[in-house]
Design a protein around this ligand. Structure first.
Ligand SMILES: CC(C)(COP(=O)(O)OP(=O)(O)OC[C@H]1O[C@@H](n2cnc3c(N)ncnc32)[C@H](O)[C@@H]1OP(=O)(O)O)[C@@H](O)C(=O)NCCC(=O)NCCS
Length: 202
């Protein structure tokens, strides 16, 4: 799981990462509605509140069913939630038509019936614009990656990053990710990266 069942939170120098709850809905609805935040996540459009509400329901379900899910990132200084980071319950189709990209889904529950998939945790991060550029995403991603390598049973973690999302790639590259292929998620192509599980974080 992003957090083992007996663990309530992760901690880094400036951040606490804890499970998301319904009380976080206002914050995530606010940042998901920001076009600059939404541009490179999912389908890329600012999300109406109802969509974030469904997303939050999927997160809570994946805590329970697959032991995965994004975590709320809380700044220690003032206790404010500033973003999210964690391992999503993602699925990648095992087969694809000639010339087409493999399809993927951020939640395995969304895979249409009859499609064989590989289930892979996806390390992702999204922060409110007010907190960009201060190293928070790198710190949170490092915290989750370190914890996953040391305490979780995964041999493989991926990230899917839109090819134009240079800030996100800059974060992932700090940890030595390597490009593997492209996948289609939410109807558009994303680059897929593999996290080196045998490497220490910077
Ligand atoms: C991607 C995101 C999480 C980064 O958050 P952040 O807190 O600003 O990240 P950090 O400060 O830890 O690091 C960002 C790095 O990207 C670099 N960067 C930022 N914008 C950049 C750009 N346009 N081109 C190249 N590099 C860029 C920064 O210089 C920094 O690298 P550095 O530490 O070597 O200077 C944030 O921009 C975000 O929430 N975006 C919207 C949601 C999103 O796209 N999530 C990722 C989905 S894959």
């Amino acid at each position: 799981m992003t957090l083992a069942r007996d663990t309530d939170s992760l901690e880094s120098e400036r951040l606490i990462l804890r499970r998301i709850t319904w009380s976080d809905l206002d914050y995530f609805a606010y940042i998901h509605a920001d076009p600059d935040v939404a541009r490179y996540i999912g389908a890329g459009h600012p999300r109406p509140r109802g969509e974030t509400e469904r997303w939050l329901g999927d997160i809570l379900a994946s805590y329970a069913t697959s032991n995965l899910g994004q975590l709320a990132v809380v700044r220690k200084d003032d206790g404010a939630v500033i973003g999210r980071c964690g391992l999503s319950d993602a699925a990648i189709a095992q087969t694809y038509d000639d010339g087409a990209m493999r399809k993927g889904w951020f939640f395995s529950a969304q895979v249409p019936d009859g499609i064989p998939v590989n289930l892979l945790p996806e390390l992702g991060y999204t922060f409110g614009r007010a907190s960009w550029g201060q190293g928070y995403a790198s710190e949170a991603a490092g915290c989750v990656f370190n914890y996953a390598r040391i305490s979780l049973p995964f041999r493989d973690i991926m990230s899917v990053i839109h090819a134009d999302n240079r800030a996100s790639l800059a974060v992932a590259q700090k940890f030595g990710v390597t490009f593997t292929d492209q996948v289609e998620l939410a109807g558009r192509p994303f680059d897929r990266y593999h996290w080196p599980m045998d490497q220490t974080t910077p």
